[in-house]
Design a protein around this ligand. Structure first.
Ligand SMILES: Cc1cc2nc3c(=O)[nH]c(=O)nc-3n(C[C@H](O)[C@H](O)[C@H](O)COP(=O)(O)OP(=O)(O)OC[C@H]3O[C@@H](n4cnc5c(N)ncnc54)[C@H](O)[C@@H]3O)c2cc1C
Length: 388
């Protein structure tokens, strides 16, 4: 570490993206002094991050394997016209585990919690409590920048861990139970069986608006459990969110909104799946990418991460087009038909879709056939696309 500096790399925001970068640097670049700065009392916030095996490259497994708390060797999807079991592992990571693994991997002086950052430049961080941290390079991973720069729909949810009086009988996660009543757009219930009498149930829907009525979603979870004959004895963790679904927007303006000239990672860098709002696959890839960079000066980190996130944005125009089809062309009540058709496709194509790595053939396959959207509305979306 050069004299006069507090660290080599200061990472602002100890959530998913910042935490994974810190872990990757600690393991692959032990010569670098890394400082992870988090406003909350623990790293990771309150999350249960789930992902498919196919979301993470084999070469990056070492980064996520120690974080996995639950693993299932397959999952189900349920639609009115069919149920389908899909093989391949599905896994979940909790914030608590991310916090614990970070504290094992980095010495205490490299981890700061309860430390709010007021401002970050490419080489310095200003703390709310007073004082500044000078670094060779800074990465800002404080979560979303100014989302007003983006054209968005929303995936909203409330999830609750339920403790039941009797076994629920589920063997696999249900990543989409779309047999439920469709309300305010595409709605489905997501279930993760943690133990035979304990499961996580999330009421989720794709909506045009961001607002979330937690009380109403809570009642829907209770109704879903009752309809399945599950009697709830207690409630464990609970999480709610409104994840951005990207329809379009200005990548450069969004990037600048998170701090001009500062390297960024995670949702702040626009590195999330346009259709699901999930960012774990990107966060793993980004951490691996950062750990392989020879130059970690502020300017070099900014240039590298800006180019990396910009390339990901460019490559994902197809998903934004699909999102516009879903939100603009599909009639809200019939959005479920779009997903139902998607889930009839080959499971490897589905895996690549969620990993954000669809091939050209996948894209043609997804768009081919008779789309379950009114053709006039689909053409209007396409025309807008050509004009943009
Ligand atoms: C409830 C919920 C569940 C989700 N589930 C999944 C999932 O299953 N799979 C998936 O892939 N994605 C999931 N997502 C979407 C996305 O992956 C997460 O939002 C993910 O945590 C985003 O990562 P991030 O690092 O960009 O932001 P965050 O994880 O939110 O991290 C940002 C961190 O910065 C800190 N911070 C903010 N401001 C400051 C400041 N001024 N000073 C210091 N620190 C600051 C915050 O406290 C936070 O810890 C979920 C999102 C939510 C909200």
């Amino acid at each position: 570490m050069a004299e006069g500096r507090d660290c080599d790399v200061a990472i602002v925001g100890g959530g998913l993206a910042g935490g994974l970068i810190a872990l990757a640097l600690a393991r692959q670049r032990p010569e670098l002094a890394v400082l992870l700065i988090e406003a909350g009392d623990t790293f990771g916030g309150n999350h249960l991050w789930s992902f498919f095996d196919s979301d993470v490259a084999v070469a990056d497994r070492w980064l996520v394997d120690p974080l996995i708390c639950h693993r299932w060797e397959g999952h189900d999807v349920l639609f009115p016209r069919f149920c389908r079991h899909i093989g391949g592992a599905y896994q979940a990571i909790t914030s608590e585990r991310l916090d614990a693994v970070l504290r094992e991997a980095l010495p205490p002086e490299r981890l700061r919690t309860g430390c709010k950052v007021l401002a970050a430049s490419s080489t310095a961080v200003i703390l709310a409590e007073g004082g500044r941290i000078d670094a060779r390079g800074v990465i800002d991973a404080r979560g979303p920048g100014n989302l007003a720069q983006l054209e968005l729909g929303w995936q909203k949810f409330l999830g609750r861990e339920l403790v039941l009086s009797r076994p629920h009988g589920l063997r696999w996660p249900i990543v989409m139970d779309a047999t439920v009543e469709q309300i305010d757009g595409y709605r489905f219930v997501y279930c993760l069986p943690f133990a035979e009498d304990r499961l996580f149930v999330e009421d989720t829907y794709y909506s045009d608006t961001r607002g979330l009525d937690a009380g109403r979603l809570g009642s829907r979870i209770e109704a879903f459990a009752a309809a399945r004959g599950w009697s709830i004895e207690g409630v464990g963790r609970e999480e709610a969110g409104a994840l951005p679904v990207l329809l379009g927007g200005d990548f450069e303006a969004y990037w600048r909104s998170g701090g001009n000239g500062v390297a960024k990672a995670g949702v702040r860098a626009g590195l999330f799946h346009p259709t699901t709002g999930y960012s774990l696959p990107d966060a793993v890839r980004t951490a691996s990418f950062v750990a392989a960079l020879a130059d970690v000066s502020g300017a070099a980190l900014h240039a590298a991460l800006h180019a990396y996130a910009g390339a990901a944005w460019q490559a994902r125009g197809f998903y934004r087009l699909l999102d516009r089809m879903l939100f603009r062309a599909a009639i809200p009540d019939r959005r479920r038909d779009v997903l139902e058709r998607f889930y009839t496709l080959d499971h490897r194509l589905i895996g690549r879709f969620y990993a954000g790595s669809s091939t050209l053939v996948d894209k043609m396959r997804i768009l081919s056939g008779k789309p379950p959207v009114p053709i006039r509305r689909a053409l209007a979306v396409m025309r807008e696309d050509l004009r943009a």
